[in-house]
Structures are given as structure tokens and as C-alpha cells.
Design a protein around this ligand. Sequence first.
Ligand SMILES: [Mg+2]
Length: 312
Amino acid sequence: MSSESAFLDWLRQRAPSSSDAAPLGLEDDAALIRVRGPGDWILTTDMLMDGTDFLLSECDARLAGRKALAVNLSDLAAMAARPHVALVSVALPRRDGHHLGRQLYEGILDLANRFDVTLAGGDTNSWDGPLVISVTLAGTATQPGPLLRTGARPGDSIVVTGQFGGSILGHHLCFVPRVAEALHLNDEYALHAGMDVSDGLTLDLSRLAQASGCGAVLDLDTVPIAPAALQLASLRNDGTSALDHALGDGEDFELLLAVPVEEADRLVAEQPLDVPLTRIGQFVDEPGLWAALPDGRRQTLSPSGYLHQMDG
Ligand SMILES: [Mg+2]
């Protein structure tokens, strides 16, 4: 028996073989997905690479696998979609590949179980390069419809879950994707638009505002700053404040929402989630991004965050 098939045997034993959404599991040449109910299917994919999205020299492969699924779950949460099935493709370094592969899948499967996601298939290869993992996740839209980036209107409040900044100190590997939170909010409150914060609060906010054809004004003193942002600011001591880290670090994987102002009043007063909801500003007519000054004027804010570099 080749080590490849031994690995697949191990995986079949470890992974639940079928579910309502994927009744044929990992036994066949391709996955069969059963489409049921009224919701549209929503698909997302994300590829993570050792050296860019995690450092295997510094973290357990379980955490790398966990993150690969978690970032996809966060993207479905961003659209208030319910996750169902995942396809996982992995390029394993030849050296120690099968041990690494098992650890990787342990991390994926733990999180998959927690979020009721079936591993419906994928591909596992070995090569002389670093670990690369790509997860494709399919889910269904929930009522009253998917949360989009295009629905924010001038006057809407900017509301966020959780806290921001300093994710590099550990949060990016162990965050809980806001799936349950997004489903609850979409069900109980009238939301106009939403996304998840992956590249940086101000950068992602400017993208949401731009997609909606409006601008945004942030009340900087209301931005929830994570303890890790304070820690990072003092560790680095390079003039970047904890607030700067909160505004631009990225990989917070919190929800960023546009909520009609009365609904935002209710949301913030009721605090219906385990994680805090905070109003940090409002959307405005004029395209752009600003910080609100105490005297009522606005100051232009340049969006900061992680811009994916591309040559050519
Ligand atoms: Mg996203």
C-alpha cells in the first residue's frame, strides 16, 4: 500500500464520511452535493502559504490547517451564509509530509466538526516546495438574503463585532469565525451591508463604502482596541500606536456592518452576542474616509492595512 493511500485511509476514518449536504463523502471520484431548501449556494476559496499566512517553523501544522478553514468560514460569515461542505487541496513538502498532513487535517477537522462542515473531497500532493493549502467552502444564503458590500446607505451606522489590532501575536491562528454571530444578526436585525475584516479595519471599511457608493466617518475614540494591539505597540515601540494597529493590522476576522441608525441603537443596546458590538462611526454621502474630530470637523484618513502585492 502506498503512503498516499494509507494517508487517504487515515483521512476517511478520521473525517465523517457523509452528511445531508454531501451524502457520498470521500469514497468517489467527485463529491456529490445535495442542493435543498430555498437558499442560494455561496462559494468561497482561499489559499494559504507557509511563509506568508503562517510560519510552520513557529506554529503547529494543526493551527495552519485550522486557519485555512477558518478564513473561509469568516468569508461565509461575512455574507451571513451557513457553511456546509469543504474541499481541501494541499501541497505537502516531501520531507515529513505525511506527519504534517495528518496534523494539518486534525486542525481542519476539529474546526469542521465545530461548524458542522463536511469534508467532501480535495487533493493531496507532495513536492519540494513549502506547504500550501487551499480550501474551498460552500454554504447557503440565509433569510432575508446574503449580506453584501453594496447595501450601505448614507446615515447608516458602522457597527463592528469584537476588537481590533495585534492579530499577528496569535489571534490570526486561533480566532473563532463569526458565523453564528452573522446568522443571528441577519435573522434578528435589519442589516444593510457587511463584510469581514481581513486586510485591515480602515482598508476594508473604505472598500465597503466604495462598493456602496458612499463614504465613511470613523469616531476614532470608539474603535475597540484589542489588548494585543497595546501589547504590540509597546513591544515594537516604533511610534505605531495601539490605535494605528487596530485601524490597519488586519486578520481580525471580525464583522463590519452597515446598520440603519435606529436598528444600530437597538443592536448596541441589546448586545445580543457573546462578543461586544460597537458603533464606530457612520456612512456619509461623499465618497472617502475620514476621522471625526471633537470639534465636529472631519480629517481625511488614509486607509491602512494589508495590500496583497502583485508583480507585473
Ligand atoms: Mg472577506
